[in-house]
Ligand binder design. Structure first.
Ligand code: SF4
Length: 236
């Protein structure tokens, strides 16, 4: 992988560009260190502060709902910039030194690094998968609340597909490589079998439930492929 290392300038430009897409694509690059901490520390602490923030915001009745929604949001913040960097700039960002804001879910890479996707020895999809899922695995390992592993895999797949759907709407010209990469990722490792893409707009129908329906204000379920296609098992 060493020869495939991208220049700092290229990675910085790619991350800045995709951050401009807004929302979950916004991954901060460089800047001052105060106000940020290694995201690994948050994983080891069970992502407790973000789960508690979910509980306050949604008035959820059980900790596993809070954890699931905090995990879903974090997965979206990982997949969105990673996917966009590959598809729009041919760069797989290195998420090794990732940091999290002390007061919220925002993410930052203090020293940008990455690889040129077309110079990698192996499959670029596999490289992106590894960069993102090692974070989600560490998050899962640190959780103090029991949540089904396949629910977390479903969250990851849903966040990936959501990122692809949003990117397609913003950059329709990249439909082909975006669809190819998303399809390959959804067939990789723990993402395999979590659900299916249901149309050309990269809508996704997952097979597990994120538990949002358990929140008193869980009204967005109407937008979820699972809600439309496969009834949630629990009452609404
Ligand atoms: S139906 Fe609601 S709770 Fe279940 S996966 Fe979809 S959004 Fe989440």
């Amino acid at each position: 992988m060493h020869e495939a290392r991208a220049s700092t300038v290229s990675v910085t430009a790619a991350l800045h560009d995709v951050a401009g897409l807004g929302g979950f694509f916004a991954l901060r690059v460089g800047g001052r260190d105060d106000g940020w901490h290694p995201v690994a520390r948050s994983y080891a602490a069970g992502f407790t502060d973000l789960a508690e923030a979910v509980a306050r915001r949604h008035r959820t009745p059980e900790p596993r709902v809070d954890v699931s929604l905090a995990h879903l949001g974090h997965a979206a913040r990982l997949w969105s910039p990673a996917l966009a960097c590959v598809v729009l700039h041919g760069i797989v960002p290195d998420l090794e030194g990732l940091q999290r804001a002390d007061d919220g879910p925002a993410l930052r890479v203090p020293r940008p690094a990455g690889w040129y996707a077309d110079r990698l020895d192996g499959d670029p999809a596999r490289a992106v998968y590894q960069q993102v899922t090692r974070h989600l695995s560490a998050l899962a390992d640190g959780l103090r609340v029991k949540v089904a592993p396949r629910l977390l895999d479903g969250n990851s797949a849903s966040a990936l597909a959501g990122a692809a759907h949003a990117l397609l709407a913003l950059r329709p010209a990249v439909r082909r490589p975006l669809t190819d990469l998303t399809t390959a990722l959804l067939d990789t490792g723990h993402l395999a079998g979590t659900g299916v893409l249901t149309g050309p707009d990269l809508a996704f129908r997952r097979r597990s439930c994120c538990l949002y329906y358990r929140a008193p204000d869980g009204s967005k379920c109407a937008d979820c492929g699972l809600a439309q296609g496969v009834p949630c098992r629990a009452p609404r």
